[in-house]
Design a protein around this ligand. Structure first.
Ligand SMILES: Cc1cc2nc3c(=O)[nH]c(=O)nc-3n(C[C@H](O)[C@H](O)[C@H](O)COP(=O)(O)OP(=O)(O)OC[C@H]3O[C@@H](n4cnc5c(N)ncnc54)[C@H](O)[C@@H]3O)c2cc1C
Length: 395
């Protein structure tokens, strides 16, 4: 293993300053560990994240973690949209499967916050804590690991050595590949097109997931008269829509929504996300841990990717802080293995249930349509199914 200079030796190096990587760095802020965060984007871009279309539905558990990290109060109230319920619709059927907060009408299933605002608030916290060194504008181009530590090379040739390397560099994690950790990567051939719209009808802070023929439309309630529209289509079809001018785009969107929101106008830029799910074969390796999408890249339909990543980083940080307190190794293989098992057990049911749901709801065969029609009715009359899902959303 190559030796790095003293300035380039760390206890923990996090690769990726996305929302999970930054949350993890913030979780270690009160330790004596020497922490660095490597990010390929420039400091300027990280400090001023642009609107990216994503509205993250934070569960109550995630909000609690954000409170502990001081992030929640850093997010302006005007960017927090409560989610008071959700409805699932199938084709043109008037029937709706309802998800309401288990605690009653004053309660919420969670809160929607724009992703760029989460990134912005986390960045401000990291800067104000002044604990983790931010190494921006460089990507990791090589990485090796052994039981004693890990060494990585950045795109400017600089080498960093660390006791623990934490990969948080997205579902396409280059670090994961460089370290030879495999992953199941499923490219679904569909893309999600997202934009905000202003509309006539009142949304009552209720989200709608509408599985229609050859398209799925989610309507997420933001401020009064404004929703985020997420249209899932075959990749080619989504590209075609993205290329339309504003007037034609709005016309097609209005037709596709069949008047559900009344008259609409565009209220943001448009964004497209090719749908890919990933599951790393291991969430740890000697002197290495995987967090966030680098470990598990969920389908966005159940809105849980970030929530899982946030609880996963908390688990890992807690184990590391406990090891520090007890003067034990922060990259102890047994500890990393326990983190792996915890994440596997807590995320697997939701990951697989989401993939089954996606398969069932994107099938166009008449048998699949019948199955979802029957499935929705069946779920409505089994309160434990609905309440179970509401409780899961509310966790
Ligand atoms: C349309 C959409 C809607 C979603 N809605 C929800 C929702 O409602 N609720 C929810 O919980 N989740 C949701 N998600 C999922 C959520 O956005 C992700 O789980 C979350 O962004 C993962 O954060 P991350 O920090 O792990 O990775 P990312 O956000 O992908 O960040 C990775 C970071 O690593 C950097 N990076 C990459 N490669 C390198 C490299 N080689 N070297 C250095 N840096 C590198 C990138 O620049 C980036 O800053 C949604 C996702 C999508 C696509």
């Amino acid at each position: 293993m190559l030796m790095a200079g003293r300035d380039d030796m760390f206890d923990v190096v996090v690769v990726g300053a996305g929302p999970v990587g930054l949350s993890f760095a913030a979780s270690l802020a009160h330790s004596e560990l020497k922490v660095a965060v490597v990010e390929q984007q420039s400091l300027e871009r990280l400090a001023n994240p642009a609107f990216d279309g994503r509205e993250i539905a934070l569960t109550n558990a995630s909000i609690r973690i954000f409170r502990e990290l001081g992030v929640w109060d850093a997010i302006p109230d005007s960017d927090k949209s409560p989610l008071r319920g959700a409805r699932v619709l199938n084709g043109s059927s008037p029937f709706a499967l309802r998800f309401d907060p288990p605690g009653g009408s004053g309660d919420t299933l969670g809160v929607l916050v724009p992703n760029f605002r989460i990134r912005d608030s986390l960045f401000k916290i990291i800067r104000s804590q002044n604990h983790a060194q931010l190494l921006c504008g460089h990507s990791v181009v090589d990485a090796t690991n052994c039981h004693k530590g890990a060494v990585m090379t950045l795109s400017d040739g600089r080498q960093l050595s660390t006791r623990l390397l934490v990969a948080a560099d997205s579902r396409f994690s280059a670090t994961r590949d460089l370290l030879g950790v495999g992953a199941d990567i499923n490219r679904l051939g569909k893309s999600m097109l997202i934009c905000r719209v202003k509309h006539e009808r009142v949304h009552h802070q209720i989200a709608v997931e509408w599985f229609d023929h050859h398209q799925t439309i989610a309507m997420l309630p933001l401020t009064e008269g404004v929703s985020s529209l997420l249209v899932t289509l075959r990749a080619k079809e989504a590209d075609r829509l993205l290329a339309l001018d504003d007037d034609l785009f709005l016309l097609e969107l209005t037709n596709r929504c069949r008047g559900r929101l009344g008259k609409m106008s565009l209220a943001s830029t448009r964004h497209i996300y090719p749908l890919v799910t990933t599951w790393a074969h291991a969430f740890w390796a000697p002197s290495v841990a995987l967090i966030g999408d680098a470990a598990i890249g969920m389908h966005p339909v159940t809105a849980h990717g970030f929530n899982i990543g946030l609880s996963g980083q908390k688990q890992l940080a807690h184990k590391i802080l406990t090891a520090c307190r007890d003067r034990r190794d922060i990259a102890d293989p047994e500890m990393l293995h326990k983190y792996d098992s915890w994440l596997r057990l807590s995320a697997a049911p939701l990951y697989h249930a989401t993939n089954i749901l996606v398969g069932l709801y994107s099938g166009e065969h008449p048998a699949a349509r019948l199955a979802r029609h029957v499935g929705l009715r069946f779920a409505q009359y089994l309160p434990f199914v609905r309440h179970g899902i509401s409780a899961m959303l509310k966790r």
